[in-house]
Design a protein around this ligand. Sequence first.
Ligand SMILES: [Zn+2]
Length: 483
Amino acid sequence: MSEWETVIGLECHVELDTRTKMFCGCPNEFGAEPNTHVCPVCLGHPGSLPVPNEEAIRRIVKIGLALGSEIAPRSLFHRKNYFYPDMPKNYQISQFDLPICVGGHLEVELPDGTTSRVGITRVHMEEDTGKTTHGSASGRIHDADSALIDYNRAGVPLVECVSEPDMRSPEEAAAYLRELRATLEALDVSDVRMEEGSLRCDANISVRPSGSDALGTKVEIKNMNSIRSLERALHFERERQVAALEAGESIVQETRHWDEDAGATKSMRSKEEAFDYRYFPEPDIPPLAPASGWIEEIRGTLPELPRARRARYESDMGLRPEVARVLVANRASTDLFERTVAIGAEPKAVANWVTQDLAGLLNEAGTDARDSRVAPEHVADLIRLVADGTISGAGAKQVLEEVLETGDEVEMIVDRRSLRQVSDEGALGEIVDMVIAEQPEAVEKLRAGKQELIGFLVGQVMKSSGGSANPKLARELLLERLS
Ligand SMILES: [Zn+2]
């Protein structure tokens, strides 16, 4: 692979979770009954007039400021003309040569701990299209050859963020998308749920001989529904292009579709190059000219961004960089961490619980961290009970599993499952004495210097206590009696 260099740029679409749509007052709500959030404006009826949503403009300015873009003193909406059933107006209101946010960059932390800087070309505002469902989905009355259209999504505010072709590997592209998602989540502008389509990503990828400055022929890949899909698709496409070039073939500029099940990209109709969108300025919306005072007011609302937060966790709380990275990757984890530390728990212990045990369980269950029942009090109680020897580390994991299912209080679960360790010296001492009496051979050998047998004897105490003994205390009592 070293003879070839990969060049990747990403175009990401972000649905803003504003209360209403981009150009009308219809509710912007995911999952509502189809075609219930529509009106003459978002259905494109003749004579209806679009009015830009101020909150959406505020949010795109916020995104631009976070990415270091220049906020254009004057920008324009254009009509992008094309016919598609899920677009009732037959054009999409978008932006063309005068976007709201110009330039910028995102600092991306790579898995090996190094940092790269990915340029942002532009960030512009547009509206989403409706949604087409093919075949017999959802069991509604229609046959397999038909398609159903839901216009609830038509007109939802959509921000397109275009990167420079600055990325050199699928891993770097994945890291960029992760950072962008975390940034948008921190800005509180979108729920960035890739599985629901509120964050979508298309990739442009080409390869060229290492050391060459010229760009190879690029291919656009669509339909990647997760960061993992993006990485897989880019790996596949890089290998495909290199194999083709090494076989003396040339790369066709086209749009390819990522087939998740087949693990391959497949050629789509190459309609793009033939398409003329006939952009022209949207005559019903005046140019946008945000006042500088308004922009500065928005700048004042910018929260701590993921990169700064990671740095703070490392320097002020002593977290390892990889732990800080996992913690800051999503807001639910960050919030749980911050709130647990705020009620007095030790940061490193909290970070371990959130990024390891909890993250592992959520992953196994396929649960989004945002939908988890685990509250700061749960994590703080677990840490406290393990530290004072009330429950074992293994017991604490069982408790956490049950918290995820029921949301019940930690101490309640500990009692219900009888996980309280016997830390009472008198009660545990009796078990220890019993084990010593039952294991004369092991005791003999231990006294003769075979120190490793202490582990065996602790194990016997644990067994006799039905797993409820505090192993640390059991060990101390054994050593005390046998020394
Ligand atoms: Zn509407």
